[in-house]
Design a protein around this ligand. Sequence first.
Ligand code: PMP
Ligand code: GLN
Length: 381
Amino acid sequence: PNALLSATGTTIFTVMSALAVQHQAINLGQGFPDTDGPEDVVRAAAEALLDGRNQYPPMTGLPELREAVAAANARFWGIPVDPASEVVVTSGATEAITACLMALLDPGDEVVLIEPLYDTYLPVVRLLGAVPRLVRLQPPSWDLPRAELAAAFGPKTKAILLNTPMNPTGKVFTAAELAFIAELLQRHDAYAVCDEVYEHLTYDGWRHIPLMSLPGMRERCLRVGSAGKTFSLTGWKVGYITACRALAGVAAKAHQNLTFTTPPNLQRAVALGLGKEDAYFHDLAAGLAAKRDLLAEGLARIGFGVLPVRGSYFVTVDFTPLGYNGDDVAFCRHITEQAGVTAIPVSAFYEGNAPGHYARFAFCKRPEVLQAALDRLSRHF
Ligand code: PMP
Ligand code: GLN
């Protein structure tokens, strides 16, 4: 068997979800909403099946979804996109990210990645024979360390993989940070894979800025979105890549060899969803902001050191003020088994030598579920 994959562990999300089931814990680990997204979107998918949308759709996506993705790029981010040549629909953002990395990387190329990072990035970069160059953000501010980032770029740099809004930190990259990255890309003639699955999930007036919308970046970025996050339907696994014609064409070649297509009924429903009125997208973020407040304030009352959250599904906490003496893996296991609440150890988002006293809680849950988790934790601590 492949040596790299044999050495890769089971993802922390699967491990912690299984532990949560085993201990009947409230699962605030893996990031999935506990209520489904808009009923008209779900109904459209169901009806499309009965309507005979059951055979292979076009390889780069149903025309109606490619048009909806292009229109959404223009409407939300001011990025004009040609639906025929600049959009590739994939089976989830996970596939999209892999396809984008395949599109860019040759063995020996260097890729700049920012820790803490989502757990699929490094294995894929390595499987492609590329070399990761890791730059670390430091809590609690998670500010971009500019000198270190600049030092990670060199003659072999092919790309940066950038996740904003960011999992697990809840960071939203600022215009100034993005401009700094854009300058590095131009100076080193490099590209960016932009994981923007949380593009619509920002709070307190923080607004997502796609790197692709900055001057000079239109031809250097492959921008990835996910219907799972935008419509609270994480099991659907419908993603989309937006890129200039040349890059989208190569990403499509990767997609053709990974999954080739994505279920047509889901594509048709997501096309409908992307056309929803502005109020839908506003209410999605406002609803999540209220849930964040409920969980973050409750965790702070219990005594956790709660870090600010500007976007995503997640709040990160420092548990040292509670006097717990183990590391984050032990802590997450402990609260699952002893308090009946599951979280994700933040060290899972680092390669080696990670800070060991942070845990990530997902707040994309019903208020009564968040309250029940808080009640359990406060009874325990
Ligand atoms: N990127 C990030 C940062 C994520 O948090 C997730 C999953 N939640 C994904 C990618 C994967 O998205 P999808 O489920 O569409 O594959
Ligand atoms: N992205 C989700 C999270 O960070 C999990 C997705 C998965 O289970 N692979 O919780």
